[in-house]
Design a binder for this molecule. Sequence first.
Ligand code: GLU
Ligand code: MG
Length: 450
Amino acid sequence: MKDLRERLAAHGVHTLLAQFTDIDGVAKGKFVPLAHLDELLTDGAAFNGTSITGTGLPRTGPRAEYWARGYASTVQPLPWLPGHARIVCDGFVAGQPFEACPRQVLKRATARLAERGWHLRTGIEPEFFLLKREGGQWTPADDGDRLDRPSYDLKSLPRQAGFLHTLQQALQECRLDVLQLDHEDARGQFEVNFGFDEAVASADHLMLFKLAAQALAESRGMVFSLMPKPFANQPGSGMHFHVSLWKGQGDNASNLFVPHTPDGAALLDGSLSPLGEQFVAGVLAHAPALCALACPTVNSYKRLVVGKSVSGTSWAPAHVAHGPNNRTALVRTLAGRFEWRLPDASANAYLATAGLIAAGLDGIDRKLTLPPAVADDLFELPPAEVLSRGILPLPQDLGEALRALRADALITEALGPLLTEQFLQLKQVDWLAYQRHVSDWELQRYAAAF
Ligand code: GLU
Ligand code: MG
């Protein structure tokens, strides 16, 4: 610890950013002077538990304190906040891992994999908007960003080069392998990709990305937005997960989703191993409940529709289906991995991954078989044809997704009773408030209609 403290001090670090993640996937924490690193790594920093969204902790007594305990291996000086190093923390209450801390929930899920000698790797692909607010109106931060089909637009992308390259550099200095940065399908929408990693580390990286992007956008007078669908007529922001299951580490690591020929040769024809197929079958079987975790806001359900957008398509899944390299399906299968296209940018990556693992393990334990692969463009397939093939739609609103989650004992068991109760309660409040709100659309449509 002394060694770590001295190395950080030599780097110019004087303060630690003790960071944990709340139920909404929002980074929370405190500044802790470097001199108190030892306490942060042993007991943790204390917080008033009731003030953290989704803990359900009481105001008094031994369970009132939420302790955020840091992990030495995660300490990382932050390029955009000189003198500060972020340290990822887990929640502890009364000396025990806190059952409703989202990172602890994911660690419980990865421990179930570890019991079988397995580990999950994810590559998380955040899409986001850069916005500004003027006169109560939200618009893309860049007024020039106004093409109807802005995918891969090389006129708008360089206009944000200042932000994007500073972000890229910051993430690289934090040892993230930044792969690509592009303009997405909506005005003001971008995506940044970084390398895949172990499930918990990947979610930690996403939180680092969120911290960096928010700070750097703000310093340029922009709002970094992870709202799933800010503009009704344009695509929303997905947060796709590329998923693979592994055995062994280092040079001995082997991807269990890669199929093999009878004589043992790896098959890289784009298909999945029988184990991979069972995992995906589980993910599809639990899709309605997972939807609540992957698409946790009222606004999420404006993204998950078959509908035209200004750019031609939303690219968001609307059906519970899978297909080889099929970006119109919920699961796009690829060689040795699959892309889970359900989550949107507002999802808590720890909870979404924990749900995904529980669903996949259920598919494996019950040896579920995959429904037939869909090679067709699901955005074009007539609804009657979709129905006749037994392909189900995703929940159509947050209320339906919450009911599906409540009814799914396997997923709620993986989340644990306290987190499930808190999640359902908080989201239900949002859903009710939204339902009771009288919108401008309603007034325009009905005020003088009858
Ligand atoms: N924006 C799309 C979504 O909401 C995804 C576009 C893409 O495939 O990159 O999922
Ligand atoms: Mg994308």
